[in-house]
Ligand binder design. Structure first.
Ligand SMILES: [Zn+2]
Ligand SMILES: [Zn+2]
Length: 246
């Protein structure tokens, strides 16, 4: 478990208590400019330092696939099936209250949360993750889902990150050509089959170093399938980042 900051030992006090009190208001009435999206304390970046320090961070994990790795030595997951990605970086764990913010962001249709969530990613992603990158490609949504949701949650996060780090965000070269059923409850193999051929790349990416970006990484199937597609278009190095690892 991550350390909590001292003034908020339980969900009933400190930041958590204020979070519970303010949650309804911030969700129903929208975000207050300059206030923390979780506790409403003053926070120019959209999340205050106290709430951010409470968010669960991953323990030791495989730098290639981000699977938790509580022991030293090789990663069993990567040895079983070598990933298409060269490296994965996920600064946070998909746990409450970040999970609720992410659900409110994409499920609740709150694109304004892109700014605090994108700043959170930019503030905690190691410089090495974006150091040698020619373009950033957010995981594309199928057109039908994009129309229903009104925005692509990965794309909006990528815009914030790329502005902060001076990177080129490419939202045109890859399209999701198949609408794929939900991945939930599927085995790893079924997830892979479900996504096969889901992405089409229209650009020549010969020799490029590509950084893929998603909001949440679950099993990594989507990012690995997209990495395969980008490699077929010529990319020589493909890495990925996600704000949280489920
Ligand atoms: Zn806060
Ligand atoms: Zn691994």
């Amino acid at each position: 478990m991550p350390d909590r900051h001292p003034e908020s030992p339980s969900p009933a006090s400190g930041h958590w208590g204020r979070f519970l009190q303010s949650w309804g208001a911030s969700l129903l009435e929208g975000l207050y400019p300059g206030r923390c999206a979780l506790c409403l304390d003053p926070a120019p970046a959209g999340l205050c330092a106290g709430c951010v320090s409470d968010l669960a961070r991953p323990g030791p994990s495989c730098p290639t696939c981000a699977e938790p790795l509580p022991f030293t030595g090789g990663c069993p997951s990567c040895q079983r099936s070598p990933p298409a990605l060269d490296a994965v970086s996920t600064p946070f764990v998909y746990a409450w209250p970040l999970s609720h913010l992410l659900l409110a962001y994409k499920g609740g249709g709150r694109p304004q949360l892109a700014r605090p969530l994108g700043s959170l990613l930019a503030g905690h992603l190691p410089e090495t993750a974006t150091g040698a990158v020619d373009r950033v490609i957010p995981v594309p949504l199928h057109e039908g889902r994009l129309v229903r949701r009104g925005f692509n949650q990965a794309e909006e996060l990528a815009r914030v990150l790329c502005r902060r780090r001076g990177l080129f965000v490419d939202t045109r070269s890859v399209t999701r050509v198949r609408s794929t059923p939900s991945q939930q409850g599927l085995s790893r193999r079924a997830r892979r089959a479900n996504l096969r051929g889901a992405f089409a790349v229209s650009a020549d990416l010969s020799g490029e170093r590509i950084l893929l970006l998603d909001d949440v990484m679950t099993t990594g199937t989507t990012l690995n399938e997209l990495a395969d597609a980008v490699r077929r278009a010529g990319a020589t190095r493909v890495t990925a980042v996600a704000l949280a690892r489920a």
